[in-house]
Ligand binder design. Sequence first.
Ligand code: NDP
Length: 434
Amino acid sequence: MAESPKMVHAPIVTYVSMLALLTLCPPFVILLWYTMVHADGSVVQTWNYLNQQGLQGFKDLWPTPTVIACKIIASFAAFEAFLQLFLPGKRVEGPISPMGNRPVYKANGMAAYAVTLVTYISLWWFGVFNPAIVYDHLGEIFSALIFGSFVFCILLYIKGHLAPSSADSGSSGNAIIDFYWGMELYPRIGKNFDIKVFTNCRFGMMSWAVLAVTYCIKQYEENGRVADSMLVNTILMLVYVTKFFWWEAGYWNTMDIAHDRAGFYICWDAWFGSIYLHFSWMYLVNHPVELGTPLALFILAAGLLCIYINYDCDRQRQEFRRTNGKCLIWGKAPSKIVASYKTDNGETKASLLLTSGWWGLARHFHYVPEILSSFFWTVPALFVHGLPYFYVVYLTILLVDRAKRDDDRCRSKYGKYWKLYCDKVPYRIVPGIY
Ligand code: NDP
């Protein structure tokens, strides 16, 4: 079996951060959930509780995964898997992998998104299922997801060893790293069921929208109305997720899918990163902040603008690559670098690097509107507590790290051509600053 190049020489800091993430994150998620739902969003209140009750208090607040929580997760997962497999969609080819393979996908994300939302809201409207139940069992659901994600990643690990789906797989020789980073780039069940598309898009991203609707319904059921803060949050989230599924085939060209393997890291990012995202909603469910129309509209407009700019950055890059540079960027012919590189099996290929438009401002400028949009869908919770902003901080750290990882990867892939790009576009994320 091939060795996995990115894992073999992992520095000690990688091991330390990896073990910290594996062991500290699950209890951390539970503590944050407890604070948002049961301690009014107040870290001090949670701290006092733990101080008084000690370890036993922590054990008591950890929700046990219940049958109903497992049923909710299993029904959602099965429904999404069914839609992924059976809804019609255009055939789309992904980028060439390091081993020279080209994965093929069915682009039916937008259809799956529409069917999911219509089904979920209809179930509530016609009294078949009340989404407020999901909110009431949220702690148990998170707890079940924590245990479930470990089991799922162990299965991925075993599959990577025994039945890899393609030559884009391999072991570092270290079981913990294989579990953490993953072994396969494109694991599939059969020929058509892509596991990463399922975890990241159809389970992960889809849950962002489904949970946003859930919080709205819960607040409506509790108060007989939905506060403007909750409406702004939810509209921004639904627009963001709509943008994501509109562009899903483009996502299959990004680092998550084309470079990061399927392991604990990516599952954690896809499932639990999204839990952090929901803290502002959890807070708003029990604290229906009224912003007033002018402020609500201002936040909504600013959030929509950021989501649009982020979308346009991704669109520019993809349009540029799709047309082989024969497109207009901000009304002009694009400026570009033709960068050649070698695949792992020795073939020479070339990629185009766009050096104008958004991609001429900074090498990862698109992370700026991404971070700002997360700020705008958090700010309706106002500034009474800092914890709803946890996701903004988490995302900033994640994207700064991601920009560095991507730069390192591109530098080793394109060598002197990447240096040319860096000379032409010297800033990594924020023009003039970083
Ligand atoms: P990018 O879209 O930034 O893609 C990075 C890849 O694009 C590089 O590896 C390189 O790949 C290629 N590339 C780099 N520079 C250029 C250039 N100048 N011209 C053309 N191609 C270039 O990947 P991300 O996955 O980081 O971001 C995708 C989207 O996902 C963004 O909108 C981002 O904001 C969002 N995102 C959201 C997160 C969240 O949790 N909310 C987390 C991460 C991302 P190649 O090898 O093909 O040359």
